[in-house]
Design a protein around this ligand. Structure first.
Ligand code: ADP
Ligand code: MG
Length: 324
């Protein structure tokens, strides 16, 4: 599925080129320059049966998550989200409870991200719920962070734990009901807007994206845009104590969960090596939590990710993240 998605997007990008300095297909958002600012545009759909099931996401959480996953793409560019458009395809026989709680979730996420809903579309769908959100945001052009721009030698960092959401999804699919850190990560992801804006202010952050499909799928997209390859040091991956306990319980490999797991919506970024310590310290001071260096960019332009464990090259079998 992913191969098809990436090759389809590559074909679209080649076919529908835009005049410079516009940025079209291929990054987390499109950019329309307006003076010293850029207008950011992003759109993403959530489809019942593909991205969620009624058993994995309540109506309220669906509303909340729909906004957050879209806002996350604005955060990935270092921008500020401003406006949202909401399109809903709803089956005729949908429960009357759906809409009030769905909209409550939308409202909560809009409030948390200071975004205004300014339009959308409402249609009937045959069987499944279909949600599509478009977000408009803004960024200072000299601060915008793209997927391109990372250089060999840059340190790759993430700003949050990896794999929690995938563990939550696995629990939900087995019928878990009671709340937990991993369930919360899956059902109530937070777009890292403050972090994205803050990181954007540093010229030493050369490239950035958000992790929606998981490191194994998303990192090659940054490598492709920046024309380099990467080394990931598995022992450095940020694995929460909740995920570590979960892996013991389920006999899963925590490194595989962190590398393959999708929907964590953390930021992945490349920092000039000489600036890492300063940035780590300043981030901790600003947000009261750390950033995690997880590897380094390398010169070969083959866009491959090579995994190491305690300094030794290792063959990690990577299975792409599937929502189900
Ligand atoms: P993300 O996971 O960050 O939301 P996507 O994988 O959805 O990114 O999309 C990657 C890039 O491809 C984005 O720039 C997006 O706008 C573009 N894209 C995806 N699907 C289409 C499409 N059907 N037509 C045009 N552009 C598309
Ligand atoms: Mg993205």
């Amino acid at each position: 599925m992913n191969l098809t998605e990436d090759s389809l997007i590559a074909a679209l990008k080649t076919r529908f080129q835009v005049p410079s300095p516009l940025v079209g297909i291929g990054d987390d958002c499109a950019i329309i320059p307006q003076g010293e600012y850029g207008e950011l545009l992003t759109t993403d759909a959530l489809i019942e049966g593909v991205h969620f099931l009624k058993s994995t996401l309540s109506s309220k959480d669906l509303g909340y998550k729909s906004i957050m996953v879209n806002v996350s793409d604005i955060a990935a560019m270092g921008g500020t989200p401003l406006y949202a458009l909401l399109s809903m395809g709803l089956p005729r026989e949908i429960s009357p409870d759906f809409l009030p709680s769905f909209l409550e979730g939308i409202e909560e996420a809009l409030r948390a991200t200071h975004v205004h809903l300014i339009g959308g579309d409402t249609v009937a769908s045959l069987q499944h719920i279909f949600i599509n959100i478009t977000i408009v945001g803004r960024v200072k052009l000299k601060e915008v962070k793209r997927r391109e721009g990372a250089k060999p030698g840059d340190i790759l960092c993430v700003d949050g734990y990896l794999g929690n959401s995938a563990a939550g999804l696995a629990d939900l699919l087995k019928g878990a009901k009671s709340s937990s850190v991993v369930l919360e990560a899956h059902q109530r992801p937070r777009a890292h807007v403050g972090e994205g804006c803050w990181l954007a202010q540093s010229e030493q952050v050369h490239a950035m994206m958000d992790l929606s499909d998981g490191l194994a799928m998303d990192l090659p997209r940054l490598l492709e845009a920046s024309k380099c390859s990467a080394r990931i040091d598995l022992e450095k991956l940020p694995i929460s104590s909740a995920l570590s306990d979960w892996c013991k319980r389920t006999q899963k490999n925590p490194y595989s969960m962190a590398v393959e797991g999708g929907e964590d919506y953390c930021l992945l970024f490349a920092v000039a090596p000489g600036h890492l310590e300063k940035l780590k310290y300043a981030f901790q001071k600003q947000f009261g939590r750390p950033i995690f260096p997880i590897g380094q960019l390398r010169a070969p332009a083959d866009c491959k990710v090579r995994y190491f464990l305690d300094g030794v090259a290792c063959d990690l079998e990577v299975n792409p993240f599937q929502h189900f």
